[in-house]
Design a protein. Sequence first.
Length: 379
Amino acid sequence: MVDLSDVRAWRHHLHAHPETAFEEFETSRFVAEKLRSFGLEVTEGIGGTGVVGVKRGTGGGRTVSFRADMDALDIQEANRFAHASRIRGKMHACGHDGHTAMLLGAARHLAQRDLSGTIQFVFQPAEENEGGGKRMIEDGLFKRFPADAVFGMHTRPGLDIGSFALRSGPSMASFDVFEITIEGKGTHAARPHLGADPIVAAGQIISAVQSIVSRSVDPLDAAVVSITEMKGGASWNVIPDSAVLRGTTRALDQGVRDLIEARLRSVVSSICGGLGCVANIIYDRRYPVLVNTPEWTAACGEVVQRLVGTDRVKKEIPATMGAEDFAFMLQEVPGCYLWIGNGTMERDRILHNPNFDFNDDALPFGIDYWVALAEAVAK
Ligand SMILES: [Zn+2]
Ligand SMILES: [Zn+2]
């Protein structure tokens, strides 16, 4: 039986001491120390602050990797409870404190068990924006710790405690960012014909890129193009030299992702050319589409159904246009990423909100899932 009071205490400790992308020094030290105390082999410093703990099997079984993320967000916590963040401007508002505590709880339990297969407990940095999972892979994660399958889990507000949700195939979107710098020619606002107005070009670009999703992408494919930032000009009567637009694109299919980038470049360049401006486009591909392997998704579905019953497992839930850097791991190794219920979504209790807190009632379900999955697949 898992001692939950310890796991809750670890979760609260992690919540009170949040660290962000690649600066999870204390968090990874905490994780490594716990894994060592359970008797596991521990390797630190993979992809920066990543940690891997290994529970060797007795032989003949599969080798699988279970992954948790450790990073927090640049958010000032609004909660006032005892385990609220003690670090100004940083907060665990995405539940990664819960993910880390649950995987530690499972590691402690599984360390005492005899399994034929080997379990690798992977704790990654910088899931939120900076691709810590990718960094671990570049640092040889799957060469140093080869795996037959890899599994991830994320808390989900709006899904009841004790419930799970999953989906086969493309489940979370690709995530790219872009920055468009429109170079025009500044002039007096009363004599626009003497310059090339980047503000007018920016306005037309904002409207025109909406046609990428509505006119270029197949209506049955999901896609998002959002311009989220605009800068340009500093006065009433001066047409500036340049203007900048920034934004993000999402897709659930690699071909659609390629199409969006090509259309964005073409639309922006054409508009700028027609208006006497020049466009400099930086298009940065961040996270790929997260694709769950059908066989492993079916296996995980069976595990959670045995654990909590068919009624509490949502299979084939709709994909989300949010992104996850676990997608990089699933590009290398087959596996499945699923969601665990964090309780009914109250106002403000959504991810990345200053009032968010991981629901401790979910801890035993998450630990039980990892343990049951180990028993099912590491043999
Ligand atoms: Zn998250
Ligand atoms: Zn997040």
